[in-house]
Design a protein around this ligand. Structure first.
Ligand code: UDP
Ligand code: MG
Length: 317
C-alpha cells in the first residue's frame, strides 16, 4: 500500500503544531491516504518540541525531531526527508500557508506516475512592499542564473522516493531545495495554489536573513558572478587601452594630460573594481571552505519514540 510522508519544518511554531496536525490528519483520513507527519523543530526557543511530543503521544502517525540549535529551513527540510519513510514525500510549511487542500491533488498526480509535483504560487500572499520588491528581484536573478523560471516556485512540493533518495545522496551541504528539484529533473507536473494567511505567530524572515538566503542560494547554484569578474576585467582593459593611446598621443604631441585628477579617479575606480572582485571570489572561497570542512548539515538532539534507527546527527545524510 502506497504511503505518504509529510515533512513540516517548524521553528517557533508552538501555536501551530496541534492545529496543523489535526487539520492534516483529518484530511488524510478522509481521503483514505496512508500517511505519517514528520515535524522537525529547527532548534525552536519556544514549546514547539513539547507540542510535537504531545501530538506524537496521541497519534502514532506523528513523528518528530528536534535540532540542537537553529540550522535553518533548508536543514530542517533535509532532516525531514531523511526521516521520511513514505513512497512519496510532501514538504510543506507548518503554518498552513501552503493549503492542505492541494494534497489530494498532488497525491493523485503521483499515483498517475508523476515523480515531482511542484507547488506553484498563484500570488505571493500578503507581504510588505520592500519584501515584495526584493523577492521579485531575487527570483528574476535566480531564474536567470539557473535558467529556470523560479518566480512562482515554492518549497511546497511532492517528491517520489526516487527523487528524495537523489537529493539525500547529494554530497553538498549548502543546498537550495526549491531549485534542486528543478535541477534533478524527473517527470514533473505543476499544481497551482493560493498562499494562505498565517494564522498564528509571525514570519521568521527578517530583511537581512532573506538577503543572506538570496546571496547564499544564488551563489550555491551558479558561478556566473565569477565570470562577471572576468567581464569586468575585460571591460576595464578595453577602457584603459583607449585611454593609454590617448594619453600617449597627447604626450608625444606635447600636450600631456594635466593634473592629478585623472590619476586619482583612475586609482579609485580600479581600486573599487578590484575590491569588488576580491569580495566575489572570497565569497566562493568561503563556500568551498564550508563544504570542505564537511560538517553535518544539522544535529538532531532528540527524536520521538516512534522514530527508528540512529538518526542523531545529520552526517548520516
Ligand atoms: N522555518 C524553519 N527554520 C527557520 C525559519 C523557518 O524551519 O529558521 C520554517 C517555519 O517554521 C515555517 C516555514 O519554515 O514552517 C516557513 O517559514 P515562515 O512561515 O516564517 O516564512 P514565510 O511563510 O513568511 O515565507
Ligand atoms: Mg509562512
Amino acid at each position: 500500500m502506497a504511503f505518504l510522508s509529510i515533512v513540516l519544518p517548524s521553528y517557533n511554531e508552538e501555536q501551530n503544531i496541534a492545529h496543523t496536525a489535526r487539520v492534516l490528519s483529518g484530511l488524510l483520513v478522509q481521503e483514505q491516504i496512508e500517511y505519517e507527519l514528520i515535524f522537525v523543530s529547527d532548534g525552536s526557543r519556544d514549546g514547539t518540541y513539547q507540542e510535537i511530543l504531545k501530538a506524537a503521544q496521541q497519534d502514532p502517525h506523528i513523528k518528530g525531531a528536534e535540532f540542537s540549535r537553529n540550522f535553518g529551513k533548508e536543514a530542517s527540510i533535509f532532516a525531514g526527508l531523511q526521516l521520511a519513510t513514505g513512497n512519496a514525500v510532501i514538504v510543506m510549511d507548518c503554518d498552513l500557508q501552503h493549503p492542505p487542500q492541494v494534497i489530494p491533488q498532488m497525491w493523485k498526480l503521483w499515483n498517475e506516475g508523476y515523480e515531482v509535483v511542484e507547488g506553484i504560487k498563484l500570488s505571493r500572499g500578503r507581504e510588505g512592499l520592500l519584501h515584495k520588491c526584493f523577492a521579485g528581484a531575487f527570483y528574476r536573478i535566480m531564474s536567470g542564473l539557473i535558467k529556470m523560471d523560479m518566480n512562482a516556485s515554492s518549497d511546497y512540493k511532492l517528491l517520489d522516493r526516487k527523487v528524495v533518495d537523489v537529493l539525500l545522496g547529494l554530497p553538498e551541504k549548502n543546498t537550495f531545495f526549491r531549485a534542486l528539484t528543478f535541477w534533478a529533473g524527473f517527470k514533473t507536473v505543476n499544481v497551482e495554489y493560493e498562499v494562505q494567511e498565517r494564522m498564528y505567530g509571525e514570519s521568521k524572515w527578517s530583511f537581512f536573513s532573506l538577503m543572506r538566503y538570496a546571496i547564499t542560494n544564488a551563489t550555491s547554484f551558479s558561478t556566473l558572478p565569477l565570470q562577471l569578474v572576468t567581464v569586468l576585467g575585460l571591460v576595464s582593459i578595453l577602457f584603459s587601452m583607449g585611454l593609454a593611446v590617448q594619453t600617449l598621443v597627447k604626450y608625444l604631441t606635447g600636450t600631456a594630460v594635466e593634473g592629478f585628477t585623472t590619476v586619482i579617479l583612475l586609482i579609485l575606480i580600479i581600486g573599487g573594481f578590484i575590491m569588488l572582485s576580491l569580495g566575489v571570489i572570497g565569497h566562493y572561497i568561503a563556500r568551498i571552505y564550508e563544504e570542505v570542512k564537511g560538517r553535518p548539515r544539522y544535529i538532531i538532539s532528540r527524536v520521538t519514540d516512534n522514530v527508528q534507527g540512529n538518526v542523531t546527527g545529520g552526517w548520516k545524510r
